[in-house]
Design a binder for this molecule. Structure first.
Ligand code: FMN
Length: 473
């Protein structure tokens, strides 16, 4: 188990998993270009000299699932999506409250007033149309003005000056609701960013939890001991004591900034959020600045899967309610396919009208995170001999079992979500249903060639071992 970022960095370096870049590198595009090359190798990186900053930049630390396993005290070799999902569900079910400490490594050095300088941080510009430099590995900390419940999430933050930044909150985020509640209350809103938290806290922050459940508690449960918090130096929020950097600020609702950034599924996303005026920057001795390569890239996408598991589960539950006759189902929600889901449902088909009816019922399904029609772009109905989790098998069924236009259902003008960039006015977009089942009249004609007994063959029973003469040769 790892309790802070720097011990994880050391561990990866010892294991030969971290590459150092010693030469000076420019913040605008060059850092991102080198990050991308290292991420393709699934290594972590440490830039020793980013132009204009005294701080080293690290990242790529969590760019494959086994690294989460390593950081969270699991067997890395056996840590896949199912294990990660189960670990998160267990942590959500048994939250562990944080503890407050009096002194913290994160406050070893304190900058306030004219000493505050966000430009001293090595914040990269990632893509050519990004509005500016983005902090990408920070967790944002706020409290609800009425309930006092803490909310923590990963929010990309645009640096707009030495002492101001814009912390982006999507329409789905609890931070968006907290912004609205504070603005309505008319009181000044304190906010903090923690950069370089321990991996358990970062993971918990990326989880989509119900409002009222605190990510600090889930982070503690994941780590198996309470997260240590310390009072901020310029307001009263409690912030992670072992983070590398803390940025403290007050939100100024009188100024909002439109901004554009490269998104996780390979397109740009527009954001609009209020400005935060920075009141203090604190950090550890010799701090590491953590940065996640933005866009459709391994670390961003692997950390993002923490939220994806829950969305997949909610889509599947909603469709199972709407389509009780569904046999097996798979929800593909992968950045490689874009921001929207593709669902495959297998059935024991009773009539040729049934698949279209299922498609319409499924798209109309509810769902406690997103309505099905909002997040699912395509629903494909297949026969039971198709492997719903194998997209190649599903594609085979579509292009070998559909020969009439009635097998393709188009549902126009569906309310989509903000990250479907192709959507038209009012965020309306088309949804597609495909009946990839065999028409009943064709069942005998389209049957797949199967060799009886092929599944029972064990090659070791059949292959003749090399003769004594050959093996001695
Ligand atoms: C690398 C990364 C960057 C993210 N950037 C943002 C962002 O800029 N704005 C946002 O609202 N959510 C962003 N998210 C998703 C949120 O962190 C996640 O949905 C979280 O559950 C939101 O928390 P909340 O609903 O408690 O506010 C990002 C996630 C990851 C993994």
């Amino acid at each position: 188990m790892v309790y802070d970022l720097r011990s994880f960095i050391q561990r990866l370096e010892q294991d030969g998993e971290l590459l150092r870049i010693g030469r000076p590198v420019r913040r605008r595009y060059e850092v991102a270009a080198v990050m991308a090359a290292v991420e393709r190798e699934r290594k972590a990186f440490l830039f020793e000299q980013v132009e204009g900053s005294p701080y080293p930049l690290v990242g790529g630390l969590l760019n494959k699932l086994e690294r989460f396993g390593l950081a969270l005290g699991q067997d890395p070799a056996r840590f896949g999506d199912a294990e990660f999902d189960a670990l998160l569900e267990q942590a959500k079910a048994s939250p562990l409250a944080p503890v407050e400490v009096a002194a913290a490594p994160a406050q070893a050095v304190v900058h306030t007033g004219a000493d505050v300088d966000l430009d001293s941080l090595p914040v990269p510009v990632f893509f050519e149309h990004d509005t500016g430099p983005f902090i990408t590995a920070a967790i944002g900390i706020t409290k609800h003005p009425d309930t006092g419940v803490y909310n923590v999430g990963v929010y990309r933050t645009l640096v707009t000056g030495r002492s101001e930044c814009v912390i982006n909150a999507s329409s789905m985020s609890d931070l968006r609701q907290n912004y609205a509640a504070w603005e309505a209350s008319g009181q000044p809103m304190p906010i903090a960013l923690a950069i370089g938290c321990d991996p358990a806290m970062l993971t918990a922050a990326a989880c989509k939890l119900p409002p009222g459940v605190c990510e600090y508690d889930v982070g503690g449960a994941l780590q198996g001991r309470p997260i240590e918090l310390v009072k901020a130096v310029s307001h009263d929020l409690l912030v992670p004591a072992t983070a590398e950097f803390i940025i403290e600020g007050m939100v100024d609702f009188s100024r909002r900034v439109e901004n554009l950034l490269g998104e996780f599924a390979g397109q740009y996303g527009p954001e609009n959020a209020p400005v935060t005026r920075v009141t203090a920057i604190t950090h550890r001795q010799e701090p590491y600045f953590y940065s996640i390569l933005a866009g459709r890239n391994p670390e961003h996408n692997t950390l993002g899967s923490v939220a994806v598991y829950g969305v997949q589960r909610s889509v599947e539950a909603a469709i199972r309610d709407a389509v009780p006759e569904a046999k097996r189902m798979h929800v593909f929600l992968e950045p490689g396919l874009g921001t929207l889901a593709h669902v495959v449902i297998s059935i024991d088909k009773q009539s040729d009208d049934q698949p279209q009816d299922i498609i319409r019922r499924a798209f109309a399904g509810g769902g406690h995170i997103f309505p099905v029609g909002m997040i699912v772009k395509r629903i494909i109905v297949v026969d039971e001999d198709i492997d719903v989790a194998d997209l190649a098998d599903v594609e085979w069924a579509i292009w070998n079992r559909a020969a009439t236009e009635r097998k393709f259902v188009l549902i126009p003008e569906v309310q989509s979500w903000e990250l479907e960039r192709a959507a038209k006015a009012g965020q309306k977009s088309v949804r597609v249903g495909i009946d990839a089942t065999m028409d009943l009249e064709d069942v005998d004609k389209l049957i797949r060639p199967v060799t009886p007994g092929a599944d029972e063959v064990r090659l070791e029973d059949d292959v003749t071992p090399p003769s004594g003469k050959q093996s001695a040769a």
